[in-house]
Design a protein around this ligand. Structure first.
Ligand code: SAM
Ligand code: DTB
Ligand code: SF4
Length: 325
């Protein structure tokens, strides 16, 4: 199996990979996955909205945009670091080893609020967890301070292809996103960067987004694949749900073209039954969000997740059998 790391995948090639017969696609993706990752380990990441709603951006999918006035959402100021760290500890005790904090900001600003976020990052790291934040756009000195605080990764998504992007967001350009990603990279913070499927984009758009991700050197360390969670009051509220196998194809394609990247089966997982989730894990997903809520919408039920992890035997970091082989 040839899975050298490439940065020159063409969109056409990615479409062809994506559209090949499902069993061939999943088989190839699974082989790449096994070559580069422990197939029994599923990382559990916990997600917390540290500042909710009232965001000046107009992302069509997002319940937190102030432009979508009919969304039933309670806005909240930035949480205090003590409460955040209490929840981080609880998540760690429940089995999460990565804690991701999201703020509904257009961009980071200097001041007390950013200082509080730095305190949260330091606190999460002191708990022995990976820390990830998503705070919108940032300037170099913000990235520098986040790196000094020990931040593991910065999440900033492309969301979709450059071609479809204008149908989803008008208040921030694709180039601004790429600039933010470059700033994060310049300070040696790992990149968590992915997108959403199910917003009305074509398979070509999905491939085009993957092409942009795979052209980055190195590939993003982490790629979240979200399925749209349609929220009442947002412009995308009535989008029909995607077929779970579309998520499987997206995960598998990401796995093949970015062999070492941590692929995250992110929002929309609660619409998948156990077997569809397992297919995604076989096809190369390394991680799921674990906990009752994503940022503002419900996540998969934690009891059902416990049963899922029990069924696949991934509670143990490394299965003892692996040590015998
Ligand atoms: N405001 C920051 C930003 O946009 O960079 C951080 C928070 S924002 C909520 C983080 C990501 O969540 C978005 O880029 C998008 O990919 C994802 N997201 C938001 N709402 C979603 C939804 N309804 N369904 C799926 N993914 C969603
Ligand atoms: C990402 O790609 N997915 C997460 C995380 N990064 C921050 C967010 C999903 C949000 C889903 C909608 C909500 O709960 O508000
Ligand atoms: Fe704001 Fe982020 Fe939601 Fe866009 S995705 S509206 S930037 S919180």
């Amino acid at each position: 199996m040839n899975s050298t790391i490439r940065h020159d995948w063409s969109s056409d090639h990615i479409v062809a990979l994506h559209n090949q017969p499902l069993l061939a696609l999943v088989g190839r993706a699974s082989a790449v996955h096994r070559q580069h990752h422990d197939p029994n380990h599923v990382q559990k990441a916990s997600l917390l909205s540290i500042k909710t709603g009232g965001c000046p951006e107009d992302c069509a999918y997002c319940p937190q945009s102030a432009h979508h006035r009919d969304v039933a959402l309670t806005k909240d100021r930035l949480m205090n670091p003590d409460s955040v760290l209490m929840l981080a500890k609880r998540a760690r005790d429940a089995g999460a080893d990565r804690f991701c904090m999201g703020a509904a900001w257009r961009q980071v600003r200097d001041g007390k609020e950013f200082d509080a976020v730095l305190t949260m990052v330091r606190g999460v790291r002191n708990l022995g967890m990976e820390a990830c934040v998503t705070l919108g756009m940032l300037q170099p000195h913000h990235a520098e301070q986040l790196a000094q605080a020990g931040l593991t990764a910065y999440n900033h998504n492309l969301d979709t292809s450059p071609e479809f992007y204008g149908k989803i967001i008008s208040t921030r350009t694709y180039q601004e996103r790429l600039d933010t990603l470059a700033t994060v990279r310049a300070y040696n913070i790992a990149l968590c960067c992915g997108g959403i499927i199910g917003m009305g984009e074509t398979v070509e758009d999905r491939a085009s987004m993957l092409q942009v991700l795979a052209s980055m050197t190195p590939h993003p360390e982490s790629v979240p694949i979200n399925a749209l969670v349609p929220v009442a009051g947002t412009p995308l509220a009535d989008r029909p749900p995607i077929d779970p196998l579309e998520l499987v194809r997206m995960v598998a394609t990401a796995r093949i073209i970015m062999p070492k990247t941590i692929v995250r089966l992110s929002a929309g997982r609660s619409a998948l039954n156990r077997e569809a989730q397992i297919l995604c894990l076989i096809a190369g997903a390394n991680s799921v969000f674990y906990g009752d809520t994503l940022l503002t919408t419900p996540n998969s039920d934690t009891n059902e997740d416990a049963e899922l992890f029990q069924a696949i035997g991934s509670w143990v970091e490394r299965h003892p059998v692996a040590a015998l082989e």
